[in-house]
Design a protein around this ligand. Structure first.
Ligand code: AMP
Ligand code: MG
Length: 476
């Protein structure tokens, strides 16, 4: 028995999901198994290796699993879709990790569900390996995230953009799959009872420290806001661009979820957008903190009836909270940036110091600039200078920074700033090879991003000019 399934969500929240079986794949093969994750969760790696292909491909239902598709709604690029839900995912159940915590195990790309609308319920291998790679990178970088447990190829070919691509299923582990959009689904239907039940469930699962008082729903909002603000601050520190910060892709747990057209920024430019469908730049790098606040406002709307008995005072209370999000985010961002820059203590001028660095480093590689500040602090300015065509603004900024440096700055900087991120050209190289049947580049890149603070040069350097402007596509 590798995992004993529990079902707190479906037993505790009837009417929030639909039972549905995954498709049975014609020729399943387990091509990636996350052994370190499995071990850390207390799962039986040998059994997963032996049974994973069958369990994650619909061929065999693991004992105790009860597959369901979860209901949710969502604001997508600002427009409300009252009925989304898991259109190509099946929650098999929950299990307790070695740490005693409860985890969801979900299949993605596992076939149509009653929420599929016109789509095929499938996933191509490339996007599932991409989620695997990038979520593993995020985990290694210390960012809260869902994790990939395994990828199984199905033996099917699925049509995407005029090509037939190998189909795959990703098995992923998450603190839960409750999204801002889950609350919206029931609020939009006027089902206040379910919104309350969902909030109570989310508090018990993710925020058990909240005391059981009438103010607990406001405290719940505050806790979610703090975790999501901390999360977006970590993204910003890494130059990570999620690409589809729709409310259905914002997890109540504060984990990064749903890796679609996400990518890491190379040359720093606040307006950077990678996603082909984000034509207005709604989810551009520098907009992410604004969207954080926008999405939290959507969550607040659903909680309104739980916050106060009359709407007017509820609105007033929540509006005050929402006005505080920018300040909350700024504090989290300062925490992240002070860590990256090894600043000693906290000073009032730190915000301006960091803002001025961003201005000075515009156009230079985000990741390498921070990394090579360690060389500069250690007395070697050459690697940093090599990143800049015009170093004059940096020349002016560096002495100001030096005056604020903590002891052991080079070591601290190297511990806080990765050498390796999943560079777009390397990700593409790995995924194209995998799609052609060669998994070696994927495995090598995976190993590199799982150890991001060491870093082989092959993976650390930016894309060559010839790679051109990077465009990502939703993994549908
Ligand atoms: P995403 O953009 O991946 O977060 O997905 C948004 C919504 O579209 C979710 O409800 C998904 O379940 C659904 N969806 C995405 N791709 C597919 C697909 N190939 N088949 C069915 N539903 C899908
Ligand atoms: Mg999604």
């Amino acid at each position: 028995m590798v995992m004993r399934f529990e079902h707190s969500y479906i037993t505790g929240l009837p009417g929030t999901f639909l039972r549905h079986d995954p498709d049975v794949a014609p020729a399943p093969a387990l091509i990636a198994l996350n052994e370190p994750l499995a071990l850390s969760l207390g799962l039986d790696v040998a059994e997963l290796g032996a049974e994973g292909a069958a369990w994650f491909s619909g061929a065999l239902r693991p004992e105790g699993a009860d597959p369901v598709a979860l209901a949710y709604a969502g604001h997508q690029f600002g427009g409300f879709s009252p009925s989304l839900g898991d259109g190509r995912a099946h929650l098999l159940g929950e299990f307790r990790g070695a740490d005693g915590r409860l985890w969801d195990l979900q299949l993605k790309g596992s076939g149509r569900t009653p929420f599929s609308r016109g789509a095929d319920g499938k996933a191509a291998l490339g996007p599932m390996l991409r989620e695997y790679l990038i979520s593993e990178a995020m985990a290694a970088l210390g960012v809260p995230t869902t994790r990939a447990l395994a990828v199984v190829t199905t033996g099917e070919r699925i049509p995407r953009d005029g090509a037939l691509l190998p189909g795959a299923v990703l098995a992923r582990v998450a603190a839960s799959h409750i999204r801002v959009g889950t609350f919206q689904f029931f609020a939009a239907r006027g089902d206040g009872g379910k919104v309350k039940a969902l909030a109570d469930y989310a508090i018990a699962r993710h925020y058990p420290e909240i005391p059981d008082t009438p103010e607990r729903y406001l405290a719940f909002f505050d806790h979610v806001a703090t975790r999501q603000a901390a999360l977006i601050a970590e993204w910003m520190g890494l130059g990570f661009i999620h690409g589809v910060m729709n409310t259905d892709n914002m997890a109540i747990s504060g984990e990064t979820i749903d890796y679609g057209p996400c990518a890491f920024m190379e040359a720093y430019s606040p307006g950077t957008v990678f996603s082909s469908i984000d034509r207005q730049g709604r989810y551009a790098y520098a907009n992410q903190p604004l969207i954080l606040a926008w999405n939290l406002a959507r969550l607040a709307e659903t909680l309104l009836p739980l916050i106060a008995s009359d709407e007017e005072s509820g609105v007033q209370i929540l509006n005050e909270r929402l006005e505080g999000i920018a300040g909350l985010y700024r504090r989290e961002w300062l925490r992240v940036m002070r860590r990256k820059l090894a600043l000693s203590g906290e000073e009032a001028g730190d915000g301006a110091l960091i803002d001025d660095l961003l201005t000075a480093m515009t156009g230079a590689d985000w990741t390498l600039t921070f990394r090579r500040l360690a060389d500069w602090a250690g007395g070697n300015p050459v690697p940093l200078k090599a990143l800049f065509e015009d170093f004059t603004k940096m020349e002016a900024w560096l002495p100001r920074w030096q005056a604020r440096l903590a002891a052991e700055a080079p070591a601290r900087i190297r511990a806080a700033n990765p050498a390796v991120i999943p560079r777009n050209h390397r990700v593409e190289e790995a995924l194209s090879a995998a799609t052609e049947g060669d998994l070696a580049p994927f495995r090598a890149l995976l190993a590199a991003v799982q150890n991001p603070f060491a870093g082989a040069e092959y993976y650390a350097l930016p894309a060559p000019q010839s790679f051109g402007r990077y465009v990502t596509f939703c993994g549908t």
